[in-house]
Ligand binder design. Sequence first.
Ligand code: GLS
Length: 830
Amino acid sequence: MTQMTAPHAPITAEAFADEIRNYLLTEQGVTPQEATVKDVYVATAKATRNHLVPAWAKTRADMVKGNTKAVGYLSAEFLLGRQLRNSLLDAGLSEQFSKAMAELGFDANEVVFSEPEPGLGNGGLGRLAACFVDSLASLGVPAFGYGIQYQYGIFRQEFDDQGRQYERADYWLTNENPWGHTDYNRDVRVNFGGSVQEKDGKRVWVPDWSVRAIPVDYLVPGYESGRVNTLRLWTAKAYHEIDLRTFNRGDYYGAVHNQIQAEDITKILYPEDSTPQGKELRLQQQYFFVSASLHDAIRTFYPGQEKPDLTTFPTKITFQLNDTHPVIGIPELMRILMDEYGYDWDTAWDVTTRTFNYTCHTLLPEALEVWPADLIGKLLPRHLEIIRKINENFVKLLSSLTDDQAKIDRMRIVTEGDNQQVRMAYLATAGGSHVNGVAELHSQLLKDVTLRDFNDLFPAKFTNVTNGVTPRRFVRIANPRLSDLITEGLGTDSWVSDLSKLEGLVPLADDDEFVHRFAEVKRANKRDFAAFAKERYGFEVNPNTMFDSMIKRLHEYKRQSLKILAVISRYASLKSGQTKLEDFTPRTVIFGAKAAPGYALAKETIQLINNVSRVINNDPEVEGKLNVLFPWNYNIELAQNLIPATELDEQISQAGKEASGTGNMKFALNGALTVGTLDGANVEIRDRVGHENFFLFGMTVDEVEDLYAKGYDKGMSRQYYESDPRLKQAIDMVADGTFSNGDKSTYQNLVNDWLNKDYFMTLADFRAYVGIQAEIEKTYADEKTWFRKALLNTARSGYFSSDRSIADYLERVWLTGPLPEDEKLKSRED
Ligand code: GLS
């Protein structure tokens, strides 16, 4: 069988170099001799994109012509990471690129690094969306990713000389962006404000102001699928940018008021992860991209039709609501169907409920978005009417299903009384076909706790789809050494598109030579990371230490403070001689984390980590034994460098709080062992890799609940402090100024919280955490055992491919599949 490696005929390195030269000259206006690294990056990106365009057009045409229902992935965040290597891989041009760079006299890595990273997401949720569009294309499923092109993505994190985080704007779009094509000819009008009036017995929305939504199209190539999908990110522009009369009066700011109001909508990504703030601008963003996307889908699937039969809409496309952020799409589709196309309520409701599905990504009650009805009424008056009617009908439906009035009241989409609120998760559950959580435990807790009443009455709606990560970016590209070894071990590279094949490595865990080579890969990656950390951050890293990483957003529930308290405790124990230096397993402890700018306790934790790092790293007594690194501005680049080099991965959230986690999957695939709680996808990772290959500690969900019932967060944590000398010593050191040049007030809020509240039970889990670390060290001392376990983590984590997640969505939620093979083959021949 001949295997296609790319959606087009491959070309030679010389020909590719010529194409790059051509772009340099015709678009950048420079010869290779004059070109800078950035010029070469832009020209290479354009040349690469050009190779993908024919398959892109063909995929779209097949999608519109064919009978395969498409997927619309509506997400306020797509955390893409750099595009060049990924596009080269999918275009089948990776090798040509290396040679072409050599021919042109440029360093391939430098060219890759010169691409600014598009940080259009906060963390796991946004990165998951990026993995999902990659997998949809790789599986050949026709799909659109729909979102927002923020002018400023997640802030750049820096640390000041006190170790405090400060935030800088992320100017990622300041330079040329060769990947996104701004399509001014396919703009969409999005309206806001105004009122609803009665005309000829109909409710008519008379808006107050409008914004021009312009699509910026990114190509999403599939790996070896011959397909290229579209990621359409909307940018906002004003219809009338300048008011000349106001300008002529000398009011220059007033003259551009319209422009500012419009462009503000897509100016900046809100930097909260898991705990969004209900700001008016955020609702504007949500409505803006959802309204534009729904109109875009209608014109795409019913081209040129003035009176399309939109009762077929759910057979053309199914929309996935990525968390509550796009849920305003439900009343918007109702409005479009009724007000723009004249359908009656019942038909519109039938179409709408068959079109949408909802993924919930959280267990934190504060993360389920709730909007004041007044705010929705002010910004989207017609939508508020529709939401009220949906609520009214829903309450009627509930009354026909149960006599339990309290339950009905709990389930209202719009709350009653003063300050009415619209609960977006409930609207999504009522208005969509399916609701899913993102790991088995999470989906179960959604059914048992968060959406329990809904599950009681509509059990068929609920399902689980465990998250996954793309093996292309997070193994093949991030870890070339491991990729080569896997390919050698399996005798094929087909694992890149079918990660379940990794299972074939299991027998090699008994092959000492192979395990040794696996260990060599890790060691080489550690040396690479040490060099990267030195160059990028100026850190001295000893590669002959255990690399122990915790990279994720800074959040109390994730419990970075548990880890830093344990580090302090080991430091104290080394200093006091309780632990002999020669018995100590040398460790490099690495943190990467951004805190939401307004999250005070999280920011104090960042400051503490930085200062613990400063004190320990400058203490000659522990030199070479304990080192704490906190590279700033954790992003995808850092993840791609650190994950392949990590030996121990920390997933230590309080049980029942992390919906899934996806970093845990990336680490396991790259041969790190996890120390973790029974939370999120940790549970499934442990079951798959084998309980003996996972370091479990801490309370379970039930134990956590029991402890709350006993009043833990009402002052019980102090008992743990009093009764564990190591814990007491660590907290006392934070309180007494050891990590703040003697100042006792610096970490006052943290210390107070630990001793009086500690909602996420850091203190209660401390003893178990320190205990498991001793076991980890014992295992690490025996290299063969450690790397055998690590290899088994890689071999048994194939399930955590986002290709598998997408296959599950296709089967359980979207009820569609790839474009037919013949259409695919036709597209390759063209
Ligand atoms: C999150 C969860 O916190 C993560 O556990 C999860 O892995 C991710 C993707 O499902 O979604 N929810 C959220 O608001 N941010 C996340 O990262």
